[in-house]
Ligand binder design. Structure first.
Ligand SMILES: [Zn+2]
Length: 459
């Protein structure tokens, strides 16, 4: 059965068009004014609405064993939350730790999503060590369509790689044409500062930020950039949080280093005073890199507006109140993470577009198109075009609401953005031509999501 979305304003990067979109067999087949309604087609009236390409969250954690516990979402809950918020594709970090076999980890992560996710998905494959079998395993994973890697410069002895392993990973990535994403913080300095602060009796969540200060992130970013420069590989800094690290990344870019930058929702809207809130309220705002001094936000918005920051992800990683309390006696034991998969698009639209910080082009680019291009999904995803997947978000800019844990779909008992107003939300969300969401409710097919196979393209 066909699907006709009528009379909305189609917003792609570089174009806005009042027109109809028709999809058949999962694919957009026609775009034009006053398209005929084929018999049996489902018709959605988008008058007064914006029609966006399905949004892509390039950085989420769904299945994640981490810090003595597990992130709370499953692909059932996470994908429904994503879709309600307008995200039709997410890229999950596949994160076996140093002691796990990479290939077994990859199969495990795939098995958690298959038949469960209601939206389409892909993985960034974490490389958490580099041993004899690593090259052949990574070649097999890339051949399976997972054409991006992730490395952690932080989390020593768990996810973290040393400089030698980073070099080997990037050298291989360069030969394979694979982009490598990186968490850039100096693991040694974090470990030393944690020990020092704890020895001084500084145990509360407000000490998390001082244990991983901006300079520690800037060092990691700079080292990653230097390794990219030497190996010729293409890299992508994940969740960049501060102006200091941004300067380092952009300086490298200006020298011709192939480096891209992602920041994540919390760093645009929250600051380190949130982690200073008393008791567990502070712990709920512990993530890495940490929330920073508010002055950084203006620099991040500006860099996002001019495209120096390529994408906005979430680093979605929900831990509930009880889990956060694992760190009640020491900030180093607070599970790092905050959710955001459901709220990213609405908050970015509200505090970016509506507040005049972002133009519509850059909004669509940062929340969808750029990630599709960088990660080998374009033009199948990330644009509304004939021949592309019919992942469409019909967006109501006149909607008014407030972020609240009470109404959220992600599996958590609080929301780090609680109380923030939103000015707009999706009214209809489709995945490959099927309506999955209507007016904030999931009405679609569970398990519809597919693993997206991607080609290596960064040669
Ligand atoms: Zn992450």
């Amino acid at each position: 059965m066909g699907l006709l979305i009528r009379n909305g304003e189609i917003v792609n990067v570089g174009s806005r068009l009042q027109a109809d979109v028709y999809a058949e067999n999962e694919t957009i087949t026609r775009i034009g004014k006053n398209l005929e309604v084929p018999p049996g087609a489902e018709v959605i009236d988008a008058t007064g609405k914006l029609v966006f390409p399905g949004f892509i969250d390039p950085h989420v954690h769904i299945y994640l064993p981490f810090m003595a516990t597990f992130a709370k979402d499953t692909h059932e809950t996470g994908s429904i939350a994503a879709l309600i918020g307008g995200t039709t594709t997410y890229i999950e970090m596949c994160c076996p730790n140093r002691n796990d076999d990479a290939l077994e980890g990859y199969q495990l992560w795939k098995s958690k999503a298959e038949g469960k996710s209601a939206c389409d998905y892909a993985f960034h494959m974490s490389v958490t060590k580099f041993v004899k079998e690593t090259e052949s395993q990574l070649r097999e994973i890339v051949a399976d369509g997972t054409a991006s890697f992730k490395i952690f410069l932080a989390y020593k002895n768990f996810f973290g790689v040393d400089d030698g392993e980073m070099y080997q990973t990037l050298e291989l990535a360069n030969r394979l044409g694979v982009i490598t994403t990186a968490h850039c913080e100096n693991a040694e300095l974090v470990a030393r500062l944690q020990q020092k602060l704890l020895a001084e009796g500084k145990i509360g969540p407000e000490w998390h930020e001082p244990s991983r200060p901006e300079s520690v992130e800037a060092e990691g970013t700079g080292r990653f950039a230097t390794f990219l420069e030497i190996t010729g590989a293409t890299g992508y800094v994940v969740h960049l949080s501060c102006e200091k690290a941004l300067h380092v990344a952009l300086d490298a870019k200006s020298r011709g280093v192939r480096i891209h930058v992602e920041s994540v929702l919390p760093h645009f809207l929250l600051d380190k005073t949130y982690a200073k809130r008393p008791g567990v309220e502070g712990m709920k705002h512990v993530m890495s890199p940490p929330l920073r001094a508010k002055e950084n936000q203006a620099a991040l918005w500006k860099a996002l507006a001019n495209g120096s920051i390529d994408t906005v992800g979430t680093d979605h990683c929900p831990f509930d109140t009880e889990q956060k309390l694992l760190g009640k006696d020491s900030f180093v034991s607070i599970p790092n993470g905050i959710s955001g998969i459901e709220d990213r698009v609405n908050l970015l639209y509200t505090y970016g577009v509506r507040r005049g910080r972002l133009d519509m082009d850059r909004f669509v680019d940062a929340a969808s198109t750029r990630a599709a291009k960088l990660f080998g999904l374009f033009p199948r995803k990330g644009t509304i075009a004939v021949g592309g997947d019919a992942d469409i978000v019909v967006y109501d800019p006149s909607y008014r609401g407030v972020i609240s844990a009470k109404s959220q779909h992600t599996n958590n008992d609080y929301n780090g953005f609680e109380g923030m107003e939103i000015e707009g939300r999706p009214t209809v969300v489709t995945v490959r031509g099927k309506v999955q969401v209507r007016d904030g409710q999931f009405v679609g097919e569970r398990g519809r999501g597919r693993l997206l196979k991607r080609e290596a393209a960064h040669f």
